[in-house]
Write a protein that binds this ligand. Structure first.
Ligand SMILES: [Zn+2]
Length: 264
Protein backbone atom coordinates (compact mmCIF):
# COMPACT_ATOMS: atom_id res chain seq x y z
CA UNK A 1 0.00 0.00 0.00
CA UNK A 2 2.93 2.34 0.67
CA UNK A 3 4.31 1.84 -2.85
CA UNK A 4 0.84 2.10 -4.40
CA UNK A 5 0.16 5.40 -2.64
CA UNK A 6 3.29 6.88 -4.25
CA UNK A 7 1.61 6.43 -7.67
CA UNK A 8 -1.25 8.68 -6.48
CA UNK A 9 -4.19 6.49 -7.56
CA UNK A 10 -7.77 7.77 -7.24
CA UNK A 11 -8.74 4.71 -5.26
CA UNK A 12 -7.90 1.12 -4.45
CA UNK A 13 -10.02 -1.76 -5.74
CA UNK A 14 -10.04 -5.19 -4.17
CA UNK A 15 -11.76 -8.46 -5.15
CA UNK A 16 -13.72 -10.28 -2.51
CA UNK A 17 -15.23 -13.07 -4.56
CA UNK A 18 -14.56 -16.73 -5.39
CA UNK A 19 -16.49 -16.47 -8.69
CA UNK A 20 -19.08 -19.09 -7.74
CA UNK A 21 -16.46 -21.51 -6.43
CA UNK A 22 -14.09 -21.15 -9.41
CA UNK A 23 -11.29 -20.07 -7.05
CA UNK A 24 -10.53 -21.98 -3.85
CA UNK A 25 -10.44 -18.94 -1.57
CA UNK A 26 -11.65 -15.38 -1.29
CA UNK A 27 -9.59 -12.54 0.12
CA UNK A 28 -9.68 -13.07 3.88
CA UNK A 29 -11.09 -10.40 6.23
CA UNK A 30 -7.75 -9.83 7.98
CA UNK A 31 -6.23 -8.93 4.59
CA UNK A 32 -8.96 -6.53 3.44
CA UNK A 33 -9.22 -4.96 6.88
CA UNK A 34 -5.50 -4.17 6.68
CA UNK A 35 -5.89 -2.83 3.12
CA UNK A 36 -8.80 -0.57 4.14
CA UNK A 37 -6.92 0.72 7.20
CA UNK A 38 -3.72 1.43 5.28
CA UNK A 39 -5.59 2.96 2.31
CA UNK A 40 -7.50 5.31 4.59
CA UNK A 41 -4.25 6.35 6.27
CA UNK A 42 -3.09 7.40 2.78
CA UNK A 43 -6.42 9.18 2.14
CA UNK A 44 -7.37 6.64 -0.50
CA UNK A 45 -10.86 5.22 -0.80
CA UNK A 46 -11.41 1.48 -1.21
CA UNK A 47 -13.80 -0.05 -3.74
CA UNK A 48 -14.60 -3.73 -3.39
CA UNK A 49 -15.79 -6.17 -6.00
CA UNK A 50 -18.51 -7.99 -4.07
CA UNK A 51 -20.93 -10.77 -4.98
CA UNK A 52 -22.14 -12.29 -1.71
CA UNK A 53 -24.28 -10.52 0.88
CA UNK A 54 -22.22 -12.07 3.70
CA UNK A 55 -19.08 -10.38 2.33
CA UNK A 56 -20.91 -7.09 1.87
CA UNK A 57 -21.90 -7.02 5.55
CA UNK A 58 -18.31 -7.60 6.70
CA UNK A 59 -16.88 -5.09 4.23
CA UNK A 60 -19.34 -2.39 5.26
CA UNK A 61 -18.44 -3.03 8.91
CA UNK A 62 -14.73 -2.83 7.97
CA UNK A 63 -15.20 0.62 6.41
CA UNK A 64 -15.08 -0.06 2.66
CA UNK A 65 -16.16 3.04 0.71
CA UNK A 66 -17.55 1.85 -2.63
CA UNK A 67 -19.20 -1.36 -3.78
CA UNK A 68 -18.22 -2.17 -7.34
CA UNK A 69 -20.80 -4.54 -8.89
CA UNK A 70 -24.09 -5.71 -7.45
CA UNK A 71 -24.70 -8.00 -4.52
CA UNK A 72 -26.13 -10.96 -6.40
CA UNK A 73 -26.36 -13.78 -3.85
CA UNK A 74 -29.34 -12.49 -1.85
CA UNK A 75 -31.66 -9.54 -1.47
CA UNK A 76 -29.98 -7.05 0.88
CA UNK A 77 -31.73 -6.77 4.25
CA UNK A 78 -32.96 -3.49 5.74
CA UNK A 79 -30.39 -3.29 8.55
CA UNK A 80 -27.48 -3.67 6.11
CA UNK A 81 -29.02 -0.99 3.89
CA UNK A 82 -29.34 1.31 6.92
CA UNK A 83 -25.65 0.76 7.74
CA UNK A 84 -24.63 1.46 4.14
CA UNK A 85 -26.60 4.67 4.25
CA UNK A 86 -25.20 5.87 7.57
CA UNK A 87 -21.64 5.08 6.44
CA UNK A 88 -22.30 6.78 3.06
CA UNK A 89 -21.22 3.73 1.08
CA UNK A 90 -21.51 4.25 -2.69
CA UNK A 91 -22.99 1.45 -4.83
CA UNK A 92 -22.17 0.79 -8.51
CA UNK A 93 -24.49 -1.96 -9.79
CA UNK A 94 -22.97 -2.79 -13.27
CA UNK A 95 -26.19 -4.56 -14.30
CA UNK A 96 -25.11 -4.91 -17.93
CA UNK A 97 -22.19 -7.12 -16.83
CA UNK A 98 -24.70 -9.54 -15.32
CA UNK A 99 -26.98 -9.46 -18.34
CA UNK A 100 -24.06 -10.11 -20.70
CA UNK A 101 -23.31 -13.27 -18.67
CA UNK A 102 -26.27 -15.06 -20.28
CA UNK A 103 -28.22 -12.83 -22.68
CA UNK A 104 -26.68 -13.92 -25.99
CA UNK A 105 -28.34 -17.31 -25.51
CA UNK A 106 -31.69 -15.54 -25.83
CA UNK A 107 -31.18 -13.31 -28.90
CA UNK A 108 -31.69 -9.96 -27.15
CA UNK A 109 -33.88 -7.47 -29.01
CA UNK A 110 -30.85 -5.18 -29.47
CA UNK A 111 -28.57 -7.79 -31.05
CA UNK A 112 -29.07 -6.35 -34.55
CA UNK A 113 -29.10 -2.75 -33.35
CA UNK A 114 -26.61 -0.78 -35.48
CA UNK A 115 -25.25 1.13 -32.48
CA UNK A 116 -24.54 -2.17 -30.71
CA UNK A 117 -22.96 -3.76 -33.78
CA UNK A 118 -20.74 -0.75 -34.42
CA UNK A 119 -19.43 -0.83 -30.85
CA UNK A 120 -18.16 -4.43 -31.12
CA UNK A 121 -14.58 -5.45 -31.86
CA UNK A 122 -14.11 -7.22 -35.24
CA UNK A 123 -15.40 -10.79 -35.20
CA UNK A 124 -17.42 -10.56 -31.99
CA UNK A 125 -20.80 -10.18 -33.72
CA UNK A 126 -20.08 -13.23 -35.85
CA UNK A 127 -19.10 -15.18 -32.71
CA UNK A 128 -22.11 -14.32 -30.56
CA UNK A 129 -24.63 -14.98 -33.32
CA UNK A 130 -23.52 -18.52 -34.10
CA UNK A 131 -25.93 -21.24 -33.02
CA UNK A 132 -23.12 -23.10 -31.28
CA UNK A 133 -22.18 -20.10 -29.13
CA UNK A 134 -25.79 -19.56 -28.12
CA UNK A 135 -26.45 -23.25 -27.43
CA UNK A 136 -23.25 -23.63 -25.40
CA UNK A 137 -24.22 -20.61 -23.31
CA UNK A 138 -27.69 -22.02 -22.68
CA UNK A 139 -26.27 -25.40 -21.68
CA UNK A 140 -23.55 -23.95 -19.42
CA UNK A 141 -23.89 -25.17 -15.82
CA UNK A 142 -24.27 -21.62 -14.46
CA UNK A 143 -26.89 -20.42 -16.99
CA UNK A 144 -29.93 -20.43 -14.65
CA UNK A 145 -27.72 -19.27 -11.79
CA UNK A 146 -26.63 -16.19 -13.77
CA UNK A 147 -30.21 -15.28 -14.71
CA UNK A 148 -31.23 -15.45 -11.05
CA UNK A 149 -28.19 -13.36 -10.05
CA UNK A 150 -29.22 -10.67 -12.53
CA UNK A 151 -32.78 -10.57 -11.13
CA UNK A 152 -31.40 -10.26 -7.58
CA UNK A 153 -29.06 -7.47 -8.71
CA UNK A 154 -32.01 -5.50 -10.11
CA UNK A 155 -33.98 -5.93 -6.87
CA UNK A 156 -31.00 -4.74 -4.82
CA UNK A 157 -30.50 -1.68 -6.99
CA UNK A 158 -34.11 -0.59 -6.48
CA UNK A 159 -34.02 -1.24 -2.72
CA UNK A 160 -30.81 0.73 -2.25
CA UNK A 161 -31.93 3.56 -4.52
CA UNK A 162 -35.26 3.90 -2.68
CA UNK A 163 -33.42 3.93 0.66
CA UNK A 164 -31.27 6.86 -0.50
CA UNK A 165 -27.89 5.11 -0.91
CA UNK A 166 -25.82 6.95 -3.53
CA UNK A 167 -25.94 4.88 -6.73
CA UNK A 168 -23.40 5.63 -9.46
CA UNK A 169 -23.24 4.16 -12.95
CA UNK A 170 -20.57 1.73 -14.07
CA UNK A 171 -20.58 -1.03 -16.65
CA UNK A 172 -17.33 -3.03 -16.66
CA UNK A 173 -17.60 -2.74 -20.46
CA UNK A 174 -14.53 -3.81 -22.38
CA UNK A 175 -13.33 -6.19 -19.66
CA UNK A 176 -14.32 -8.91 -22.14
CA UNK A 177 -15.19 -8.31 -25.82
CA UNK A 178 -18.83 -9.39 -25.36
CA UNK A 179 -19.36 -6.32 -23.13
CA UNK A 180 -19.53 -3.74 -25.90
CA UNK A 181 -17.84 -0.46 -25.04
CA UNK A 182 -20.01 2.54 -25.88
CA UNK A 183 -23.25 0.61 -26.20
CA UNK A 184 -23.05 -0.82 -22.66
CA UNK A 185 -23.52 2.57 -21.04
CA UNK A 186 -26.82 3.00 -22.87
CA UNK A 187 -27.86 -0.56 -22.07
CA UNK A 188 -27.02 0.08 -18.41
CA UNK A 189 -29.43 3.03 -18.42
CA UNK A 190 -32.15 0.81 -19.87
CA UNK A 191 -31.50 -1.94 -17.31
CA UNK A 192 -31.70 0.54 -14.45
CA UNK A 193 -35.17 1.55 -15.66
CA UNK A 194 -36.13 -2.13 -15.90
CA UNK A 195 -35.08 -2.41 -12.25
CA UNK A 196 -37.62 0.30 -11.40
CA UNK A 197 -35.83 3.66 -11.71
CA UNK A 198 -37.46 6.31 -13.89
CA UNK A 199 -35.52 7.36 -17.01
CA UNK A 200 -34.56 10.66 -15.39
CA UNK A 201 -33.41 8.87 -12.22
CA UNK A 202 -31.24 6.53 -14.30
CA UNK A 203 -29.74 9.48 -16.18
CA UNK A 204 -29.01 11.22 -12.86
CA UNK A 205 -27.24 8.09 -11.61
CA UNK A 206 -25.09 8.13 -14.75
CA UNK A 207 -24.22 11.84 -14.61
CA UNK A 208 -24.59 13.75 -11.34
CA UNK A 209 -24.18 10.72 -9.08
CA UNK A 210 -21.23 9.32 -11.01
CA UNK A 211 -19.46 12.68 -10.75
CA UNK A 212 -20.24 12.77 -7.02
CA UNK A 213 -18.81 9.27 -6.61
CA UNK A 214 -15.60 10.44 -8.28
CA UNK A 215 -15.62 13.66 -6.21
CA UNK A 216 -15.53 15.78 -9.38
CA UNK A 217 -19.08 17.16 -9.01
CA UNK A 218 -17.83 20.75 -8.73
CA UNK A 219 -16.87 20.61 -12.42
CA UNK A 220 -18.83 17.73 -13.92
CA UNK A 221 -22.10 15.84 -13.75
CA UNK A 222 -24.72 18.54 -14.35
CA UNK A 223 -25.32 21.30 -16.91
CA UNK A 224 -24.73 24.48 -14.94
CA UNK A 225 -22.84 27.74 -15.51
CA UNK A 226 -19.18 27.30 -14.62
CA UNK A 227 -19.08 23.54 -15.18
CA UNK A 228 -17.26 21.70 -17.98
CA UNK A 229 -19.57 21.28 -21.00
CA UNK A 230 -19.34 17.51 -21.58
CA UNK A 231 -22.73 16.51 -22.99
CA UNK A 232 -24.66 14.74 -25.69
CA UNK A 233 -27.55 16.20 -27.68
CA UNK A 234 -30.28 13.72 -28.56
CA UNK A 235 -32.79 13.61 -31.38
CA UNK A 236 -35.52 12.21 -29.10
CA UNK A 237 -36.60 12.70 -25.50
CA UNK A 238 -35.01 10.08 -23.20
CA UNK A 239 -37.55 10.83 -20.44
CA UNK A 240 -40.23 9.33 -22.73
CA UNK A 241 -38.11 6.28 -23.57
CA UNK A 242 -34.65 5.64 -22.11
CA UNK A 243 -33.58 3.97 -25.38
CA UNK A 244 -33.70 7.44 -26.93
CA UNK A 245 -30.24 8.08 -25.39
CA UNK A 246 -29.02 6.08 -28.40
CA UNK A 247 -30.48 8.67 -30.82
CA UNK A 248 -27.38 10.88 -30.68
CA UNK A 249 -27.30 14.12 -32.65
CA UNK A 250 -23.96 15.44 -31.34
CA UNK A 251 -21.32 14.79 -28.68
CA UNK A 252 -19.61 17.70 -26.91
CA UNK A 253 -16.39 17.59 -24.89
CA UNK A 254 -15.36 20.68 -23.00
CA UNK A 255 -17.75 22.82 -25.04
CA UNK A 256 -16.60 21.59 -28.44
CA UNK A 257 -18.49 19.26 -30.77
CA UNK A 258 -16.30 16.17 -31.20
CA UNK A 259 -18.65 13.65 -32.82
CA UNK A 260 -22.05 13.05 -34.36
CA UNK A 261 -22.36 9.81 -32.42
CA UNK A 262 -21.68 6.24 -33.53
CA UNK A 263 -24.02 6.24 -36.52
CA UNK A 264 -23.88 8.31 -39.72
ZN1 LIG B 1 -14.91 -6.25 -10.53
Amino acid sequence: MDSLAQLKPDMVKIWVDDFNGKYPAKMQPQIYKAIIKEAHQHNLRVAAHVYYLSDLKQLVAAGMDIIAHSVRSNVIDDSTIAQMKSKQVIYIPTLSLDEYAYIYAQQPEWINNEFFKKSLEPGVYEMITTEKYQTDLKNAPNYAFNIKAFETAKQNLLRLFKAGVLIAMGTDSGATPIRAQGFSEHLELQLMTEAGLSPLEAITVATKNAATALKIQQQYGTLEPGKVADLIILNSDPVKDIKNTRQIFAVYKDGKEVSKGPLP
